[in-house]
Design a binder for this molecule. Structure first.
Ligand code: ADP
Length: 270
């Protein structure tokens, strides 16, 4: 269909238009390759918890005369089922986000609510590790967007900060407005990220240390979700990290007004 369009359009509009159509076809091939890759990755990731559940179910039926073993296997089944459910939710969120370039019905969102909610939801797991969760900075800043998606994005960053930090450290969420741009940063004193991995951590299912990510319940999709949410809000996402000392992830978003859609920031992350 694209080839036909190319032939038909060429005599009308000349070389430039043909070039656009060729580009378009290349883009659609690229999108198709990305989709195929995603399906392959998803299948691989789903196989791990599903395989574990199958083995555990077999173990339970084989241990019916040992109530203690049954209890142990059932506990592990619950853990795997929870992991599976987080993974499925992340896959649904990400495929929805990948399918849309912009938000359907952006509303004016108070960042104070977004920060409070994201921090609140991570408090329990931070508390269990004795990690202090602090937040502060400019108040009353609004952005035009989707509150649920912004909470999801920030929560992913706070959860990561907590997961990849040792006990009794601090995670700080800060909000700073400069003119028409607001920066929301999440800083930790954790393990940091090696320089060679910094660019790749935003890719789907990319983990610096897969065993550690799985142990902390990570799906490998969190930062990819954050990247898409920020892009849909016309913003930017950046990271600064020193191995062994900590990381800071920063969202830069256009400040919203009730009258206009946000202007995209220049050079969004690819
Ligand atoms: P995961 O579910 O594995 O945490 P993410 O997409 O959220 O997946 O993050 C990708 C990888 O980036 C993680 O596996 C981890 O190696 C690294 N990472 C993300 N956030 C941090 C952080 N705050 N400190 C250290 N490493 C991090």
């Amino acid at each position: 269909q694209q080839v036909q369009a190319q032939v038909r359009a060429a005599p009308l509009a000349g070389g430039a238009l043909v070039l656009v159509l060729v580009d378009d076809r290349t883009e659609s091939l690229r999108v198709e390759a990305v989709r195929r890759d995603f399906v392959a990755n998803v299948s691989h990731e789903l196989k791990t918890p599903v395989g574990a559940l199958r083995l555990l179910a077999e173990a339970v039926s084989g241990a019916s005369d040992d109530p203690e073993a049954v209890r142990r296997f059932a506990g592990r089944m619950q853990h795997e089922a929870e992991r599976l459910s987080v993974l499925v939710q992340d896959i649904i969120d990400l495929s929805r986000l990948q399918g849309q370039d912009a938000l359907d019905a952006p509303e004016l969102v108070d960042l104070d609510h977004v920060v409070a909610e994201a921090v609140d939801r991570s408090r329990l797991i931070a508390g269990a590790k004795g990690i202090r969760l602090a937040h502060g900075g400019d108040q009353g800043v609004h952005v035009l967007g989707d509150e649920g998606l912004l909470v999801t994005a920030l929560r992913n960053l706070v959860d990561n900060a907590v997961s990849y930090s040792p006990q009794h450290t601090q995670v700080t969420v800060g909000v700073r407005r400069t003119g028409d741009v607001v920066e929301v940063s999440v800083a930790d004193q954790g393990i940091g990220i090696p320089e060679r991995d910094l660019e790749r951590i935003f890719e789907r299912f990319y983990r610096v240390d897969p065993a550690r990510s799985r142990m902390t319940g990570g799906t490998g999709l969190g930062l990819s979700i954050v990247k898409h949410v920020v892009a849909n809000h016309g913003g930017e996402l950046s990271v600064w990290s020193v191995e062994g000392a900590g990381s800071t992830f920063t969202l830069r978003l256009p400040v919203g007004s009730t009258h206009e859609a946000p202007d995209p920031l220049p050079d969004p992350l690819p």
